[in-house]
Structure formats: C-alpha cells, structure tokens
Design a protein. Structure first.
Length: 341
C-alpha cells in the first residue's frame, strides 16, 4: 500500500531544487569570480605576453673618423762605428739591442802593424836558444808592447745597437763598419697608408700607434709622406712622429697606426648591437621601444663606428630614447616587449 507524501515533504523538495539552480556558480560561469586576476586588452581580449629583450638608451658623443695603416718603427739617424785603421778587434762589448750612451766605450782595436810586431817578438822568444838570444827577444817584445798602437771604439750618439758586424778577434780593414746605432730621438713610425685614403691625411693630424709588444698605444702626429717607392700593394709610406721620445728606440717593431682625419662632435650614438643591417637591400634599421611598450622599427642612416658604438645620421634619435640591443632579431612591428634588466 502506497503512503502519500505529506504536504511538508513536498515543500522541502521544492526548496532544495531552487537552491541547486540559483544558490552557487559553477567553474564555467561568467562573473567577477571567473575573471579575477585576468588582464584584458582594450577590445576585451587577453594581452599576449611580451617578448624578452634588452635595451639601451641613445646617447650623444664625439666620434672619430680614422684611417688605419700597418707599419713599423724606423730610425731616421743611424750612426756607424767604423774601424779607424787596419787591425784586429780585441774587444766588442755590445750586441744587437744594447742601449748605449754618447761617448761610451764599446770595444778596442789594435793596429795591424803593432800586432805583427808583437807576434814577431813573441816568435823570437820561442825560438831563442841562448841567453843572449833570449835577452834580445825579450827586449824586442818589450819594445813592441811599448809601441803598441791601439784605439778605443766609442759611440758618437746615444741610442740602440741595431747591428753588430764584427766580433772580438776579427781582422778588419780601415773604415769597415763594426756597429750600427739608431740615434735616440730619431725613431719614427713608417705607416703604409692605402692610396685611396691619402687625400684625407694631412701633416699635423693626431694619431696613435699600437706596437706589437706595447701595453698602451703611443701618441704620434703625421709628419708627411716619405720618399715614394715602387710598391705592388697600393699603399704609400707615411712618416709619423712620436710625441714622446722612446728610450731606448726599438727599430723594426711592427704595429698599426690609427690616424684621426675628422671628428663628429655631439652626435647621437647607439650600441653596435642595436643596428641590424640587411645585406640584400643595403639598409640598416634600429628597433625602438614605443610609448605603449611595443617594438617600432626605424630605418636609419648609420655613420661612424668605433667598434662598440654607431653614429646615427638620420632620422634624429632623441637622447634617452630606448633602442633594443638583444632579442630583436625576427620580431615584427608592434610586437609587445618585456624589458629585461
């Protein structure tokens, strides 16, 4: 037998059904709870995450226009130490690379006639058999030694020995070159300048010379062209004078000269990494950060470079404007950016 529902039970079922339909929101419902923490664009859609990039600011600086030329040090004045007469070098105390002072004694030479007299007397001593012969031989040797003709070998300038052409014990002739000395203060840098750049190089221009074994570049100035010579590498020799005397003067040291031919003062510059060059079209462009944080490409006319920075000739970039230096390759115009520290 069925038991009929009581009226109070029907009321309870109706109340529960109303609560299930209107009293809670599901996970797919729209409303304040479902939108908590979300970011919306102006059109109501989500804003995509920015591409990580690094940026730098446009600065103003002075850029130098330079002509680069390899070369080596040379001495304009070389002093020769020569044999004063025919004879034998008995001492020569310097080698190539030895620094010397003016008037320094570097060796000695004995005249050939004196050397022959001494050798003859010594042979008499060896051949003597009697006391009388030995006495005569001793007197001859003593007389030859007293009349010995010798001369010191001295320098007439201070500088550096660049060549030694004899050694102790060598027999030499009168006026024979024994030692070559590069005079201090006569050292220059001979730069081989490309002929295409000669028109931009003038006497008095500042330069720096980086020698192969020098920690810092040496200051110099353009003096002028050297005597032209037959060359097959399309360069011309140019004399640079060092502004400070090098002591000792080292001849034949290779290096590279940087000659400043122009200065661009107070111009906008950006890091080298900010400029992307298109080898096909020949254009250059810079990625800038727009006011809304997106990428804006600017086609630029680049000027001088110094290995780290690039001059921007046009369009004018304001100092402090931000340019992208990392992460910009392949990005489209308007890409949202996330600036990294």
């Amino acid at each position: 037998m069925k038991t009929p529902f009581a009226p109070w039970m029907l009321a309870l079922v109706a109340l529960l059904a109303f609560a299930c339909g209107h009293g809670a929101s599901g996970p797919d419902d729209e409303g304040p709870a479902g939108d908590a923490g979300a970011t919306q664009a102006a059109d109501g859609g989500p804003v995509p995450a920015g591409t990580p990039v690094r940026v730098a600011e446009v600065e103003r600086a002075t850029m130098l226009d330079r002509v680069s030329a390899p070369g080596q040090t040379e001495a304009l004045i070389e002093q020769k130490v020569r044999a004063p007469f025919d004879g034998t070098v008995t001492a020569l105390d310097v080698v190539e690379g030895s620094p010397v002072t003016k008037g320094q004694r570097i060796g000695e030479i004995v005249a050939r006639d004196s050397e022959a007299a001494i050798e003859g007397a010594r042979e008499m001593v060896r051949q003597a058999r009697t006391d009388e012969q030995r006495g005569e031989a001793d007197r001859a040797l003593e007389l030859a030694q007293e009349n010995l003709v010798s001369a010191p070998l001295t320098t007439s300038v201070a500088g550096l020995v660049t060549l030694r052409s004899a050694a102790a014990g060598d027999r030499v002739t009168a006026d024979q070159e024994l030692v070559t000395i590069a005079a201090a203060g006569s050292l220059i840098f001979r730069a081989d300048v490309p002929q295409s750049e000669l028109a931009r190089v003038h006497p008095g221009q500042a330069a720096s010379v980086a020698l192969a074994d020098s920690a810092q570049p040496l200051a110099a100035r353009v003096h002028g062209p050297l005597t032209p010579e037959a060359r097959s590498d399309l360069t011309a020799p140019l004399r640079l004078d060092f502004t400070r005397r090098l002591s000792p003067p080292v001849v034949g040291r290779f290096g590279t000269a940087q000659i400043t031919v122009a200065e661009h003062r107070d111009v906008p510059v950006v890091p080298l990494a900010a400029v992307l060059r298109d080898d096909v079209s020949g254009t250059s462009r810079v990625g800038t950060v727009a006011d809304d944080g997106t990428l804006h490409w600017v086609v630029v006319d680049a000027g001088l470079e110094d290995g780290q920075r690039v001059e921007i000739l046009s369009p004018p970039l304001a100092p402090g404007a931000r340019v992208v230096v990392s992460g910009q390759v392949g990005l489209a115009e308007g890409t949202p950016l996330a600036i990294q520290p």
